[in-house]
Design a protein around this ligand. Structure first.
Ligand code: URP
Ligand code: ZN
Ligand code: ZN
Length: 491
């Protein structure tokens, strides 16, 4: 008998990519897709997926895992718990953070997060390197070495007391990133406005969770994005604006892009599906929905959907940042903290894909191809993981989600795979859920039961993706005439 040509064939599914959908068989050998087509020869194993939608595994480009916050709190998840949750929901690749704090060696920080991920990760992973202390030796020595080891992106904060960089530091980092071809992701909110509003609200007795929302003025997001655009333009360095939450924020991104600034932007599941009303719950309950930027208003939600529609925003991440509703997390500063004392963030890595599948595919908003693009293909492209990740094509890793598009699920309150102990989406009724999840050709989740082993996820070395495209740029050394058009006169 003729030996089977493939290890595994997924037979007859509706295969969805960002470029279109078709009925096809998917053949896998080892860890990669080797053929797509009709009536492919038999594999050693076969999965009948007729009547099912097959998408690429999700790429979550912004999630906080086992991360040490500047407050000293480590968030609730380990790499094991967070990536188990990711796989259950169809996300096979994650980009969490290696977070430097002031005074720390960046190289040591990265080694620490590598060790944690090697121990626990079940999804494949890369890191964004958070720079809270971009002192000269970090930029001159540590960062180039880390770039050579395959770290392709950074994150900076324009707010948060012990994390933020000022405009001059931001420019220093942008300039260094340009020389190394790295993407720079930015938390863009105006620090002074947040401090001013937070202090005044608390002084006036407005301490409940709901006052977190006005403490991050919507104007502050647009201002910071506009300032970031100017800084990015000065040094001609691409930037990614993380977690855009407001209509004004979308407009600021669109304006910058229209003016030719190399600006990318994302929003997150929670800003598309929830509003600030969630924080109005009695007592401390609203703390479950405290994240930064805060949840906004129905009109913002609509503006964000429109921003996705017109391409002003290119991806949807989870910004998974889990803290438990107890003294280890949200209530670490006491049982009745003011909103300023409550850890920021909410869980979302598990339900990002099912919630967005429901909104975009089952309810028809944007459709299946855009769902794939926004949750897998675009993040893979922007962060230099494409075409290994983010698509279904010969040569790509066989990371696949087989969807039961008819399955209805009511999301109940209570623990899920992650370690937050609650979900912000309790009561949501969604249609469509992952039936099978494959990571590099192996079935790692079946109907929500995760089969992968801790530590089986793999580090993904990469360059700077769309930040590193050849642009015919002048040399990265500082040259005021060549880089900035300065006319140099004899002194
Ligand atoms: O509230 C959030 N999103 N916390 C995580 C940290 C951040 O700013 O992304
Ligand atoms: Zn942020
Ligand atoms: Zn974040």
């Amino acid at each position: 008998m003729e030996e089977a040509r493939y290890d595994l064939v997924l037979r007859g599914g509706r295969v969805a990519t960002a470029a279109g959908c078709c009925e096809a068989d998917i053949a896998i050998s080892g860890e990669v897709i080797v053929a797509l087509g009709r009536d492919l020869p038999a594999g050693r194993s076969e999965l009948d997926v007729r009547g099912r939608i097959v998408t690429p595994g999700g790429v979550d480009p912004h999630c906080h895992i086992e991360q040490l916050a500047a407050s000293g709190l480590r968030n609730a998840d380990t790499f094991e718990t967070a990536t188990r949750a990711a796989l259950a929901g169809g996300t096979t690749t994650v980009i969490p953070f290696a977070a430097q704090h002031v005074g720390m060696s960046l190289a040591e920080v990265v080694a620490d997060y590598h060790a944690r991920a090697r121990r626990g990760a079940m999804a494949d992973y890369a890191f964004h390197l958070i720079l809270a202390d971009p002192r000269p030796e970090v930029l001159r020595e540590e960062l180039p070495a880390l770039a050579r080891e395959g770290h392709g992106s950074l994150k900076l904060f324009m707010t948060y007391d012990r994390l933020r960089v000022d405009d001059e530091q931001l420019l220093d980092v942008l300039w260094t990133a340009r020389g190394l071809g790295l993407m720079v992701c930015v938390h863009a909110e105006n620090h002074g406005m947040i401090r001013f509003m937070g202090r005044r609200l608390v002084e006036a007795g407005y301490t409940a969770p709901r006052y977190h929302v006005p403490s991050h003025p919507r104007l502050g997001e647009a201002e910071a994005i506009g300032r970031l655009a100017a800084l990015s333009a000065l040094v001609d360095q691409p930037v990614m604006v993380f977690h855009v939450s407001t209509r004004e924020g979308v407009a600021a991104v669109q304006r910058a892009r229209g003016e030719g600034v190399k600006m990318f932007a994302e929003t997150c599941t929670q800003y598309l599906l929830l509003t600030s009303e969630a924080l109005d719950r009695p007592g401390i309950e609203g703390a479950m929905w405290i994240c930064s930027p805060p949840l906004r208003e129905p009109a913002d939600r609509e503006a964000l959907w429109w921003g996705l529609e017109i391409g002003a925003l290119q991806c949807v991440s989870s910004d998974h940042a889990p803290y438990r509703m107890d003294a280890s997390g949200k209530l670490a500063r006491g049982p009745e903290p003011s909103f300023r004392e409550i850890a920021n963030g909410m869980p979302g890595i598990e339900l990002r894909l099912p919630l967005l599948f429901d909104a975009m595919v089952s309810r028809g908003r944007l459709g299946l191809e855009r769902f794939v693009e926004l949750t897998a293909t675009a993040p893979a492209r922007i962060y230099d993981l494409f075409p290994k990740k983010g698509t279904i094509a010969p040569g790509a890793d066989a990371d696949l989600v087989v969807w039961d598009a008819q399955r209805s699920v009511r999301i109940e309150q209570g623990p899920r795979y992650d370690n937050a102990g609650y979900t912000p989406y309790a009561g949501f009724e969604i249609r469509g859920f992952p039936e099978l999840v494959l990571r590099r050709g192996e079935v790692v989740a079946e109907n929500g039961v995760v089969l992968a082993q801790p530590g089986s996820g793999r580090f993904l070395p990469r360059g700077g993706g769309q930040a590193a495209r050849p642009r015919g740029l002048p040399a990265p050394e500082f040259d005021p005439a060549r880089n900035f058009g300065a006319r140099l006169e004899p002194r």
